[in-house]
Write a new protein. Structure first.
Length: 303
């Protein structure tokens, strides 16, 4: 139905991980989000987005919740001026490396037979299966994950290190010795990516990866936003996620699909990612179309 894969757009070049194969397209880096409005005018931003729509039909723009308000405002302004229902602005609470992983998964799925509406709303579903965190040398200023007063006090001790999980469930534990089992990990096969900052990655590669039964461990470049997100440069960021496109495909295709009552696009979950219209109550919906596949139950709140 769609001549070219739906464009996956990101707000910075650090969110573009290398393609795992020659079939996976790259992501479009939105210069309107990278550059200041003083140097990149609204007209340029409109041209940039219009070109993506012309080439791909639909655009899914991933925007971190931690991004400055001006970034999200510019994206919504572009969408409004273009009066286009082909742009989905998807906000995410994932930390930088986790968001890069999500972008890669959507890029992989963009070449499958999913409609743009399903692909865009799949971002929320897939986020529940990304275990994103960091090894930190200090949690004194960390405000994105709950930190106890005791942990704050311990963070001032010389050599103290903390393992922090941001998603899917916030967790924090003090690292002692080579034990990596205190941080709850995924119960499914993953590829673990890690990006060193000013800490050595030994605990992540030698303790955490085996404890999480990671099938593959790969080093990545630390996103420029990571030090600000984690409130310290003394870190090693990591993210474990499903690498197999066939498993990702089965996961997304197993979820009930509905048609958005406002814009008509397909969706999974309870809200359209393109027009933001909520799904009506079950009593007001037309007959459902379901796809049955043998996939384990989804996390609470994933759909």
């Amino acid at each position: 139905m769609y001549a070219l894969p739906t464009a996956i757009a990101v707000t910075g070049p650090d969110l573009v991980l290398p393609s795992p194969d020659r079939h996976t397209p790259s992501a479009a880096v939105l210069q309107s989000a990278v550059q200041s409005p003083r140097t990149y005018s609204l007209d340029q931003a409109l041209t940039e987005m219009h070109t993506l729509i012309e080439h791909h039909g639909y655009v899914i723009a991933l925007c971190p919740s931690s991004a400055p308000a001006s970034v999200a405002q510019r994206l919504h302004a572009v969408r409004s001026v273009l009066e286009s229902d082909r742009i989905a602005v998807v906000r995410s609470d994932l930390p930088p490396l986790g968001l890069a992983v999500l972008a890669l998964q959507l890029r992989q799925l963009s070449i499958c037979d999913f409609s743009p509406g399903v692909l865009a709303s799949a971002a929320r579903l897939l986020s529940h299966y990304i275990y994103a965190g960091a090894l930190l040398g200090s949690v004194a200023k960390l405000d994105r994950v709950p930190v106890s007063l005791q942990s704050h006090a311990k963070s001032w001790l010389p050599g103290a290190q903390f393992a922090v999980l941001a998603t899917p469930r916030p967790e924090l534990t003090k690292v002692s010795g080579g034990d990596g089992t205190d941080l709850p990990g995924p119960g499914f096969a993953t590829r673990l990516l890690y990006a060193p900052g000013k800490l050595a990655p030994g605990w992540v590669t030698d303790a955490l990866a085996p404890a999480w039964h990671a099938q593959e461990v790969t080093e990545a470049r630390l996103p420029g936003e990571s030090a600000r997100w984690w409130a310290t440069g003394r870190l090693v960021e990591f993210a474990a996620a499903i690498p197999d496109i066939s498993v990702l495909y089965q996961l997304v295709s197993s979820v009930r699909r509905d048609d958005c009552h406002w814009c008509g696009l397909e969706l999974i979950g309870d809200r359209c990612a393109f027009c933001a219209a909520p799904l009506p109550p079950p009593s007001e919906r037309p007959s459902q179309r379901t796809l049955a596949h043998g996939v384990t139950a989804l996390p609470r709140g994933a759909t």
